[in-house]
Ligand binder design. Sequence first.
Ligand code: GAR
Length: 212
Amino acid sequence: MKRIVILISGRGSNMLSILEAGLPLEVSAVISNRRDSEGLHLARERGIETCTVEHANYPSREAFDDALAEKIDALSPDYVVLAGFMRILGNAFVARYSGRLINIHPSLLPAFPGTNTHKRALEEGVKIHGCTVHFVTDQLDHGAIIVQAAVPVLDSDTEDDLAARVLAQEHRIYPAAIRWLLEGRLRMAGGRVFGGPPGRGILASPDIADER
Ligand code: GAR
């Protein structure tokens, strides 16, 4: 059975969606860079090994990355899954896990990398927003895209409304992407990922279903 390590920083809802998806995998450990991550408790409650590598304890980004890599390598996972892990990882770390390191981001990349994606989407007035699962490169929130889910932005939306609508889709696409990876269905060529099931239909927002 394939093994994954999940890296988190906070709440852990994406981690939970992976743990509860019934995927044919073993979660070797959940690692957080914050001791107070809520997700650590959720993982422990489910009998998953957890540990903390606190970035604040290391003098540099490289020293933190090295300590994290040491923990991960001791578990020899097939894939390293970033699930709300809010630290930028350096070149050496990313290169070490090249093709085995994936992330979820709450926007339709390449739009809105970084933080506050829902606030920025509302400010820009986009009508469609969403989330992306991608392989990780050394650029922030960048890399070959495995799957994206789009949601409409409604006139009445607050930032919280939009975040909740996107998060519900995050919880669907991340387990799906991991399943495809485990099944060996995905292949990368020219910076693109191929092999997922074909997309169906369109999402128009505002809806144009009744327009001629
Ligand atoms: C999720 O929305 C995830 O997409 C985002 O952090 C949140 C973590 O929530 N990740 C990023 O912004 C990465 N750039 P969770 O801890 O409940 O999964």
